[in-house]
Design a protein around this ligand. Structure first.
Ligand SMILES: [Cu+2]
Length: 160
């Protein structure tokens, strides 16, 4: 029985974040990460899904984990160097369509982290859509594992 209990607990821990939705808008697969171990900033990624017949738009975001939250994207400058810029007009979510926020592309930028983002933690996001209103999202933290742009001597996440 104790094994079953353990398995059940593991499954709950591994369960994806609950679907977050408002009106015709749903937010799927949200996760957040710090830019690096000692970072003062981070980013959140997710897929915005519009099941309705009218275009909508993500126009603002807020979080309990950051002083300021902006909608950002990446563009390459004249030298081909990727830079982040704020997208003041927000991200369009077409009718019966989706808009993906992913690494290297559009993202929700967390500026001035109020705490370090470690595995097992989660970040609360309040997303504001032009038509659907606000969607509350719980984005689990994923510690950076991508090979690109890795800092020297990447260490495992520190405990408390
Ligand atoms: Cu950014």
């Amino acid at each position: 029985m104790s094994l079953k209990t353990t398995l059940a607990a593991s499954l709950i821990a591994l369960a994806p974040a609950l679907p977050a939705a408002a009106g015709d808008i749903a937010v799927e697969g949200a996760y957040a990460r710090a830019s690096s171990m000692m970072a003062q900033s981070g980013a959140a990624f997710m897929t915005l899904v519009n099941s309705g017949g009218a275009d909508d738009r993500l126009i603002a975001a807020a979080s309990d984990a950051a002083d300021r939250v902006e909608l950002h994207t990446h563009v390459s400058d004249a030298n081909g160097v990727m830079q982040m810029i704020e997208v003041k007009e927000g991200f369009p979510v077409p009718a019966h369509g989706r808009h993906e926020l992913r690494r290297g592309g559009d993202h929700v930028m967390l500026l001035g982290l109020t705490r370090s983002l470690t595995e097992g933690d989660s970040v609360h996001l309040t997303l504001t859509f032009e038509k659907a209103g606000t969607v509350e999202v719980e984005a689990p933290v994923e510690v950076v594992r991508q090979p690109m742009g890795g800092q020297m001597g990447a260490r495992p996440a520190m405990g408390n």
